[in-house]
Ligand binder design. Structure first.
Ligand SMILES: Cc1ncc(COP(=O)(O)O)c(C=O)c1O
Length: 361
């Protein structure tokens, strides 16, 4: 006897990147930040009064919302705090899309999106990206023609690291007949002029996703937030969000993290430097590797390398180096590599070189 709903029975589950138990493993597979979070966070944990756990936490994390509002020069009512960016994605779908209604995304994209759509029993329109990972110029028209209720764009894009300009986003949002999520999980690693937040004031159909997982080195905390027009934030905050979605300790940590943004940004600058060095090294080894605005690069296996992307992933894994391989047809000859510490990136390059010697022509 099966009790699951039919769409749950038939759906494909999300596959997370591996989390090896070996502390010596070099983890370049889940886009975590290789540098430590702000030292003030250790202090918060050390000073935490366990007795405070008797009570429920602040229901809507207002202190954090105020800090985020001040950082982005918006109002508290433009902010919702969530259990990772992932909870915001789920809230957007359950709040703005009825079961059976369509959700738009690009192909490829963050692989959790289609999973969340299936949970809500929503068909998905996948708009293929161009060869160079750019967005087709008629993206908004395709989304409107498919009568979509929500469009999901990752910017900078995952897994390519390509960035859409705010002008492009503004024109897409104004043409769309539905809600647009701009998923800025990797925004802190952008090294060019970019600020999408003014768009949420101009447009009432945009929600921007932010997370403390990447730029703030806090993937283990599970804390993210959304920024948008009050008319979009209020129903998620007041109706569809779980009561007490964020525990007390994680709220305190998130408040200190966002107040210590300078520390996080300094880490991100170091990641950007390493990103450029790693890309250069991969190019020298013959990999095709576009410039990335995120904390990862997407590299195409060179012809004559002697093994496929999947084999490279497996060979490196045998050596304790974890990178990401996606079986998706568009990505089958590529690997995504998160930027690690300088010595981790060097070990990766050395291992690829030795594999190339053994297996290549
Ligand atoms: C594109 C994108 N969006 C959102 C998230 C969600 O991040 P989190 O739930 O850790 O905040 C991730 C995590 O990897 C991501 O890659």
């Amino acid at each position: 006897m099966r009790y699951e709903r039919d769409n749950i029975k038939g759906m494909q589950a999300y596959v997370s990147g591996e989390q090896p138990e070996d502390k010596q493993a070099i983890k370049l597979n889940t886009n975590e930040n290789p540098y430590p979070p702000a030292p003030e966070i250790q202090q918060v944990i050390a000073n935490f009064d366990v007795e405070a756990l008797r009570r429920y936490p602040p229901a809507s994390a207002d202190k954090f919302r105020d800090l985020a509002a001040s950082l982005h020069a918006v109002e508290r009512n433009n902010i919702i705090a969530t259990r990772g960016g992932d909870e915001l994605l789920r809230l957007l779908i359950t709040t703005f899309v009825n079961p059976g209604e369509t959700i738009a995304m690009t192909d490829p994209t963050y692989s959790l999106y289609p999973v969340l759509a299936q949970i809500q029993d929503c068909p998905v329109v996948m708009v293929p990206l161009n060869e160079d990972w750019s967005l087709p110029h008629n993206f908004a028209r395709q989304v409107n023609e498919a009568n979509c209720k929500l469009a999901l764009l990752v910017n900078p894009h995952a897994p390519s690291g390509k960035l859409l300009s705010t002008d492009t986003l503004a024109s897409i949002a104004s043409e769309l007949d539905c809600v647009l999520l701009i998923d800025e999980a990797y925004v802190d690693f952008i090294d060019v002029e970019y600020d999408s937040i003014p768009l949420i004031v101009e447009q009432d159909n945009i929600v921007v996703l932010r997370t403390l997982s990447k730029g703030y080195s806090l993937a283990g905390l599970r804390f993210g937030y959304g920024i948008g027009a009050e008319s979009l934030i209020a129903p998620m905050l007041e109706k569809t969000r779980d009561s007490y979605n964020l525990d007390l300790l994680c709220q305190l940590i998130a408040e200190v993290a966002i107040s210590s943004r300078d520390h996080a940004m300094e880490n991100c600058r170091k990641v950007i430097v390493q990103r450029n060095i790693l890309r250069e090294s991969l190019l020298q080894l013959g990999f095709d590797c576009d410039a990335s605005q995120a904390n990862f690069v997407l590299a195409t296996i060179p012809a004559g390398f002697g093994c496929s992307a999947q084999q490279l992933y497996e060979e490196l894994r045998n050596r304790g180096i974890y990178i990401r391989y996606f079986p998706d047809p568009k990505l089958r000859n590529k690997v995504r590599i998160s930027i690690g510490l300088p010595e981790e990136n060097e070990k990766l390059i050395d291992s690829i070189k030795s594999l190339q010697r053994v297996r290549g022509k």
